[in-house]
Design a protein around this ligand. Sequence first.
Ligand SMILES: [Zn+2]
Length: 240
Amino acid sequence: MKLKNNLLFILFIFIFSKAYLLDLENLEKSELKKLLLGKIDPQNFQYFVKIPPKYSIYTNLNLYIESNTLEAFIKMAKDADNNGIKLFIVSAFRSFNTQKLIWERKWEKFKIKDDLEKAKEILKYSSMPATSRHHWGTDIDINSVDDSYFKSFNGIKVYNWLLSNAGKYGFCMPYSKKRNNYGYNLEKWHWSYTNISKKMLYYYTNLISYDDIKGFYGDFLADDIDIINNYVLNIDESCK
Ligand SMILES: [Zn+2]
């Protein structure tokens, strides 16, 4: 009986530690590329977990997240709560297909004749499929993706708290300002868990090429725009 309990305990530790350790170095290259491009299935990916309804704004949606990122967010949200600040996750992992839906909806809606200009307009706030940090499960949108919320009394309080505290929990703000003609606009809601996302960025730069960024309207522009340098890598220094 004792032996059985011990074995169960060891099995439990094994499963638990596996789920909580995203070891990018030991992932198969093909699996790692799938992860970077948003092509894994979050329900069956051992390093991802479902966000407990308590920490998500949408209690009826299945939102997935990289497990270390969730742990860090929960720590931050609890401390924020003690300071009268409520933090919720609005968006975390997004698949290639979800990003493709967002992208192609805008592609059809935006009435701009020149394809390059149209892509750049969409890119002010939305990533091309296969280039979104949301694919990695390490990036979250907090409380609202509407700029007007962050101009409200509550939104300003939340944003100021995040600016002074999120770094302590390992979060950085990749889109902290508009960088040049290219690059996303400021996104006050988008935060990234650096312990994992810095590694993701490293592997992204080393493993992903324009041959991998395909399969959606206007994909031929990825190379012309140099999406990897002008967007994926065009982020705040604190996230690199
Ligand atoms: Zn975001």
